[in-house]
Design a protein around this ligand. Structure first.
Ligand code: BDP
Length: 697
């Protein structure tokens, strides 16, 4: 088993008390739909039920006395649908579904219902998940409605098939052979995404290439859009702000220039000729060398609105990234996006979402939530999570990101009093926004198992689940994924869940404990690099962030420092400014403290840092031991790969610990506490060591 089938393994159901009830239910399926999507539903059921139950279900177009499972929309089944009230139907929208048990012809029947075939597809995958995880289906009454509207993967894929920050091979988009050749992998990609409710994909890198907007590429994009459409997945592209100059022959890209506006209008009309349901644009502007409205002294809103207006006639949207910062701005990088965007609240067109990374710096192992969440009530803010593990061990370390996503989503912004969680900002319920969304920077590539690390699949899965329902628990997601992926053996399920649920805390401990951040290797971002300094951009160095010196360590973001804390609600400001209430996990993010500062445990800060690094190493050992203990329950191929990667992770946790502690020890001038071994090499060794092969640069 090479992992290609992801969580759609459809393992034979054995030793389940429910096997006979599953077989009974799956005998005769009524599926009235005749669309491409209905065909997909039928094929998926045939594949899944055949593999899981060793049965070949019979299909019919209309309910009859033999029917045991009905999969039909409100319109397809008027009689049955009249038993459900109008309000329920309306609440379901176009994507929500119901799975409920009904009496039909005096028979115990299951009904998967919704307003559209797409909803039925989601319902079908949910039903199959129940079988995959051996759930009791005798009294089902499920209503599931997505809480966000736009649930998209962001592929940082380039036309030459390299993937920025990708650690799983090349880009899956085989541009050269498109539009003629539709790789089977595209279909399986769409199936996997539909199975977790993802309804959009941005095909191209945020560091954009204008060429993707030319007819040569648009034909290829259209072929992908055609492939994904029946799975409910729309395609989006990144728009390079200077495209009117680069491919349009204009000498400016100024958003208020009528020629520029006209160029975008025409370009958008052209795109819709190829792709009638094109989703819209994702834009990275005025950031890390990308062109943008600042080049013309225009605001982010003026830039976004120009594109938004061009898309309006076609119901397209703009996802405008808030990742705007500059090393020429003398202020703390953590404050810059807020300063740029907060004054623009209410100035964006209705079809613009501002896409904000979960934290104010950059996808670090742990960051406090971005201060923009809750600060722009008149603007829909879209969450951007990074599924690819740029700063978290890339394709090699096992880190379940469901825990990270959950931690951010559950945090209270206090924007409108207690209970104003980030999740409520993102799902639009706090400020009543209908246009809502979540983006995940994809970890998918051409590797047979899609994500490089088998457990990288769990992060793709968790992203989809949390985009659908930001309130879902990471622990439940981990459990569900593990059962679908590896099977229902209880010992295996317990151990895999334990491995997953401690993995995020482990990586924080051995990389950036207690609020440290951005201390990784230069440019490739793999491995430790707290010594990185004196580069062409100060805000890309490590010393800028950890501020370690003889007097202590940490970035002072309180009123005595950069005062980034002032960007948060007063409750947060108060809690995080005060050393007695600041959560220690964010301590050095907000405070600069002496090495002998006393922590809650009674340890000095120096000892506590060292002990956290050690704990991270110990946790990777626990993960390794847990994995070894389930060898008999996992197929060899996946077992061996994960084992080898866990071993690497454990060794690299030590590398992080030793390199960081030796580096910081130059300033603390203190011994390592008991329980933390002397590093194997001198600091010099670690500083001169570069991993041989680091992909994804
Ligand atoms: C950083 C990456 C860089 C991306 C950038 C972004 O290092 O490759 O282009 O974020 O999000 O994390 O635009």
């Amino acid at each position: 088993n090479d992992g290609y089938n992801l969580w759609l393994q459809y393992r034979p159901v054995q030793n389940s008390p429910y096997l006979s009830s599953y077989r009974e239910q799956a005998q005769h399926i009524t599926l009235p739909g005749r669309s491409a999507t209905s065909n997909i539903i039928q094929e998926e059921l045939q594949r899944a039920l055949g593999k899981m139950l060793d049965t070949t279900p019979e299909f019919s177009n209309a309910p009859n006395p033999a029917t045991t499972l009905i999969i039909g929309t409100r319109k397809q089944l008027p009689e049955l649908s009249a038993t459900v009230d109008d309000e329920t139907w309306n609440n379901l929208g176009t994507e929500g579904f119901i799975i409920r048990r009904i009496q039909h012809n005096g028979k115990n029947t299951l009904w998967i219902a919704g307003n559209t075939d797409q909803a039925l597809l989601y319902g079908t995958f949910d039903f199959l998940k129940l079988l995959q995880t051996h759930q009791d289906i005798s009294s089902l009454d499920i209503t599931s409605i997505p809480k966000t509207k736009i649930r998209v993967l962001n592929h940082w894929d380039n036309p030459d098939r390299t993937v920025e920050r990708g650690y799983a091979g090349s880009s899956i988009w085989d541009w050269h052979r498109l539009p003629d050749y539709i790789k089977p992998q595209y279909i399986d990609y769409a199936r996997a995404n539909a199975s977790i409710g993802i309804n959009g994909t941005v095909l191209t890198n945020v560091n954009a290439n204008a060429q993707v907007l030319t007819p040569y590429f648009l034909k290829k994009v259209a072929a992908l859009a055609d492939t994904f459409r029946p799975y409910g997945i729309k395609v989006y592209l990144t728009a390079r702000f200077s495209a009117p100059i680069e491919i349009g022959g204009l000498d400016t890209a100024d958003p208020v220039n009528p020629d520029v506006q006209q160029w975008w209008d025409e370009k958008v009309n052209e795109i819709y000729q190829y792709i009638p349901d094109f989703g819209g644009f994702l834009v990275k502007a005025d950031s890390e060398g990308q062109p943008g409205p600042q080049n013309y002294n225009r605001t982010q809103a003026e830039g976004a609105n120009m594109l938004a207006k061009a898309l309006q006639a076609h119901q397209g949207i703009v996802m405008w990234r808030a990742f705007v910062y500059s090393n020429e701005t003398p202020d703390d990088r953590a404050k810059q996006a807020y300063n740029e965007f907060k004054p623009l609240d209410g100035k964006f067109e209705d079809n613009v979402l501002v896409q904000v990374k979960n934290g104010a710096i950059d996808f670090q192992p742990r960051e406090p939530f971005h201060p923009l969440f809750g600060a722009m009530p008149k603007t829909p803010l879209m969450m951007e999570f990074q599924i690819t593990q740029e700063y978290l061990g890339q394709g090699t370390h096992l880190v379940f990101l469901g825990s990270l996503f959950e931690e951010v989503l559950d945090t209270d912004t206090y924007a409108e009093g207690p209970g104003s969680t980030v999740a409520k900002v993102v799902d639009g319920s706090l400020d009543d926004h209908a246009l809502t969304g979540m983006a995940g920077v994809s970890n998918i590539g051409t590797d047979r198992n899609w994500t490089g690390h088998q457990f990288g699949q769990a992060n793709w899965y968790a992203f989809g689940k949390l985009a659908w329902n930001p309130a879902e628990s990471a622990a439940d997601i981990a459990q569900e994924w593990s059962r679908m992926t590896f099977g229902n053996d209880e010992e295996l399920a317990t151990k895999v869940k334990r491995i997953m649920l401690q993995s995020h805390e482990a990586v924080v401990n051995y990389m950036t404990p207690l609020g440290l951040h951005h201390i990784m290797g230069w440019s490739h971002h793999y491995g430790p690099g707290p010594w990185v300094t004196d580069k062409h951009r100060d805000d890309w160095t490590s010393t800028y962030y950890h501020q370690a010196g003889p007097d202590g360590i940490g970035f002072d973001r309180t009123a005595s420092g950069s005062n980034a804390l002032s960007q948060y609600a007063p409750e947060i400001q108060q809690q995080y400014s005060d050393l007695s209430t600041c959560p220690e996990k964010y301590l050095l993010w907000f405070h600069h403290l002496p090495w002998d500062y006393t922590m809650k445990s009674g340890n000095t800060l120096w000892n506590e840092i060292a002990l956290h690094y050690q704990k991270g190493v110990d946790q990777t050992q626990d993960m390794l031991d847990d994995w070894k203990s389930i060898q008999n329950h996992v197929d060899d191929q996946r077992y061996d790969q994960v084992l080898a990667f866990l071993q690497i992770q454990h060794n690299e946790a030590k590398w992080w610990r030793d390199a960081c502690l030796l580096y910081f020890q130059q300033f603390s001038k203190k011994d390592l506490p008991e329980g933390v071994p002397q590093p194997e090499y001198s600091l010099d060794h670690y500083q001169n060591y570069t991993p041989v092969f680091v992909p994804g640069i």
